[in-house]
Design a protein. Sequence first.
Length: 284
Amino acid sequence: MGCYHRPGTIDEALEVLADTRVTIAAGCTDLLAATDRPVLSGPVLDITGIPALKGIETGPTHIRINAATTWADVIRADLPAGFDMLKQAAAEVGSVQIQTTATIAGNICNASPAADGVPCLLALGAEVEMASLRGRRCLPLDRFITGVRQTALAPDEMVTAILIPKGASAGQSCFLKLGARKYLVISIAMVAARLVVEEGVIQHAALAVGACSAVATRLPRLEAALKGQPIMTGAGLITRALVADDLNPIGDIRADAAYRHHAAVELLRRALSELATDARGQAA
């Protein structure tokens, strides 16, 4: 095993990254599972001892989810209703033990097509903050994840936070996934839906699908079609044609591409129906 680094500050971590090519370790729930040896090989940078990388903060323009924040932290946080989908996804990330260890930044850096948090973060307009000794930069999440297990992170950079614009937390939201069983399963398809509704009419829609394509994706054609439509009839407007151009389903051992496409459309309809029921309850 190589050197093990456990800094106490972000600056100390960036100094290590500038000098050494390391494996960054946070929750390690994916990292260790993908290792076919009893220990991690090469130098390891453990960021779990950096207090500044933990917790959720509300600023003037953004809600900041620091990189080492766990899914259990997300579940417990007092967040606007637009984040309900992220909380629902957090509750389905593995077991309770995994939720208390796995980190939100680890979920996006792992860049799995089936990462539960990614569709929700896309529907929240998330940006990824990265840092190195060269400075800090931000990228929209859809530009940060570039492919299966691939990101735009440079070798000397680390993710320091996920930033959600305050305006993107408006409205109601929900998350649904399909798997071979209810828990502890890799998804066949998943959807995140966030709607801003006024007087029964959809003013804004943010919809994302995960586990269907190599990279989770927003559905701009469907979002545009739903804007200005009554929430009670929104689910009926969702067709395969509206989803097809923005979704490129993959086939694997869990499901073929055609089934994934069908599942995504059905989950989107169910999500819209669920949000319509919520809206009806609030109006009553």
